[in-house]
Design a protein around this ligand. Structure first.
Ligand code: MEV
Length: 338
């Protein structure tokens, strides 16, 4: 049995704009997806997935099943099974083993489709576990590229390298097009609020594309998000990664997050529940708050070194779960090898 885990992420800045080549800064967080893989002799693939949402559900399917019988929106199940299938294809290709079969089981602490990079974590851990199980481990750069290709296929060509690179490498990263780098940053006081729901990444990305194609000012809004990221990077570059982040740095980053949320909202990817959690965080004294990931529902991320935002979110009707998220310094990680 080969067991590999990979972390989810929050976006400090830059989601959606990164699809058009603007930079983004996602940060890996200590919520992980764990994939267990055992090769099978008969060439078939069997998958068992548990706890893909915070509420937890179990799904068993094989390549012939079109719709497993579980109480979760079909689009999410399609997405989850689609990502696992795409990961298997990438692993077979990388190991030059087109007929390889696997027993796969997925355990995830990351809610599905909620903006915390669940699909990227499953794809990264899945490809790594499967290629290792076949005796053909990949280096991190190739793993990240193959994980991106898997997401790109499932999302009909509407995906950036941000989620998959971040989940592979861990820590904070900076991604613009195919230029992917690790960033040394101090630990930031992230607080996450989750509305219990999810958004459809493919549809949300298509909505932004449509606005951007039709309105010059929507295209400028995408560029303005890029400007926020560039400003944020300058602030991070001036900070000592080994020291605690100063109140001044957190305040300035928070201000940029607030503007970033406003621009994402203008592009139509926020939701009432996300806005309500963003405002609850701000009113509790957070330095800044924004939706994270594709939007439409799911999670917000705030910066607050005190416990006020987490407490306030716990009492916000639109928030189902609030937690402090620590930067995951480890990206993909082998937990057990055969
Ligand atoms: C989704 O986590 C982030 C988006 O920018 C899409 C992508 O980068 O692939 C919305």
């Amino acid at each position: 049995m080969t067991v590999v885990s990979a972390p989810g992420k929050v976006y400090l800045f830059g989601e959606h704009a990164v699809v058009y080549g603007e930079p983004a800064v996602p940060c890996a967080i200590e919520k992980r997806a764990t994939v267990r893989v055992e090769p099978r002799d008969d060439g078939s693939v069997r998958v068992e997935a548990q706890d893909l949402t915070l509420n937890g559900f179990a799904v068993e399917y094989d390549e012939q099943d079109t719709q497993p019988d579980v109480d979760v929106p079909p689009s999410l199940i399609d997405a989850a099974t689609g990502y696992v299938d795409a990961a298997v294809e990438q692993a077979r290709e990388a190991a030059d083993a087109p007929d390889a079969g696997f027993d796969i089981s997925v355990d995830s602490e990351i809610p599905l489709g909620a903006g915390l990079g669940s699909s990227a974590a499953v794809v990264v851990a899945g490809i790594d576990a499967a290629t290792r199980a076949l005796g053909e481990p990949l280096d991190h750069r190739e793993l990240a590229e193959r994980a991106f290709q898997a997401e790109y296929t499932v999302q009909d060509g509407e995906a950036s390298r941000a989620d998959t690179f971040c989940s592979t490498m861990g820590g904070a990263v900076r991604v613009a097009g195919d230029d992917c780098r690790q960033l040394a940053t101090p630990e930031l006081p992230f607080v996450v609020g989750f509305d219990g729901g999810s958004g459809d990444t493919r549809q949300l990305v298509a909505g932004v594309r449509s606005l951007r194609d039709r309105y010059e000012f929507a295209a400028e809004t995408v560029e303005a998000i890029g400007d926020i990221v560039r400003r944020g990077e300058e602030l991070l570059a001036g900070a000592d990664p080994d020291e605690e982040a100063s109140a001044e740095l957190i305040g300035e980053l928070g201000e940029l997050m607030d503007i970033n949320h406003g621009l994402l909202s203008a592009l139509g990817v926020s939701a009432r529940s996300l806005d309500s959690m963003v405002w609850a965080a701000r009113e509790a004294g957070a330095d800044g708050a924004k939706l994270t990931g594709a939007g439409g529902g799911g999670c917000i991320v705030a910066l607050d070194a005190t416990s006020e935002t987490e407490t306030s979110l716990q009492y916000t009707p639109d928030c189902e779960q609030a937690f402090r998220a620590q930067l995951a310094t480890d990206g993909v990680r082998v937990e057990e090898s055969a």
